[in-house]
Design a protein around this ligand. Sequence first.
Ligand SMILES: [Zn+2]
Length: 436
Amino acid sequence: MANRANHLVLLGCGLLCAAASLCVRTIAAEGAAPGPAVSGATLQSPAPTANFPVASGARLAGDAKQTRFILDLDRTIQFRAFPLADPYRVVVDIPQINFQLAAGTGSAGRGLVKAFRYGLVMPGGSRIVFDLTGPAKIANSYVLEAANGQPPRLVLEFEEVDRTAFVQSLTPENRPELRPAIADANAAVASVEAAKPAQAPDSRPLIVLDPGHGGIDNGTQAAGEMEKNLVLGFGLALRDRIEKSGKYRVVMTRTDDTFIPLNDRVKVARNGSAALFVSIHADALPRREGDAQGATIYTLSDKASDAEAERLAETENKSDAIGGVNLTDEPTEVADILIDLAQRETKTFSNRFARLLMGEMKTTARMHKHPLKSAGFRVLKAPDVPSVLVELGYVSNKGDLEHLVSENWRTKTVGSMAQAIDAFFAKRLATAGAAK
Ligand SMILES: [Zn+2]
């Protein structure tokens, strides 16, 4: 798709600095820095327990010309709201909120709002993302104090505009620095991790584990189980297992229920000069497309190996749109990387690891009938880090889901992945030793 101009505008500019500094203060106050918040034995990530503002209700009112969103709170909060184009969205950044909303809230739209999602995007910061039915402006946005028996409320009023008016409202002068807080927070994490070896020189290979999705982006889900939680539990268990050997350093792109943009995941691997990047996911097949089962291992390619691989890469690459990241903001280096000859070696290593992983995983896990595939996954695009993406199974398949929530299955599968990692580095270190 052609790159469009940066379609962004900030409404309520005065709130930006206030909101940003509020987030920083919240982080400091709660000490909610990223860390191993979930034990390897826990399948679910914990609910926020700190004294965050509580959202107890959310509703939409109005029609296709004017639509109003109301969020009931237990205290007033600061916020900033801005629209994003392609797809049309409105993003509201708020301090970390304890969302106590009824299941399914936001899945049904009304008027100008197709659907909305909410969740954590970083420690101290939550976000609401509205999918719009078409171009719309935020005609009004405000927070009301409690009054007349009503709790404090966040109110947004959307108004229909045409595409031209929408685009015209997004002048470059109005462009805010989008996701400054998210980018900074993740850069801070990456630099802290990257700085560690400098303090205590550590020549052990670095493995980056990347549990997919998180926070506002739930990933696939079935029978009340969300991909983001399943893959986090798996990733933490795998980390604990690999670290136990003492042979590797392990960094995770997330250790809690936080949204991490795809590019920032790649950056964690690149900044740390990782020797291996493993992204962990679980797939789902829409009911009308029948049933599929088993684990699949994906490597990067500019042309998908089959239609299903292409569909999956498209779905996984949507994570940033779901999380409210400005897609027009992404660097274009990615396209060039694919034709870079220097990437050939990385590709060879990625494919070698994928084959080793399949060989080990098939001894413990049920594999897809075509277990090795490739497609254009954005998260696999570090040009200098061997990278694979593992779909552990299908949450849409009853048998696979039973495995995914089983601690016994997880322990066995983590064991086979650790074996593959050992085999990969045994050969790699031997090769490197011979070359030097
Ligand atoms: Zn996924």
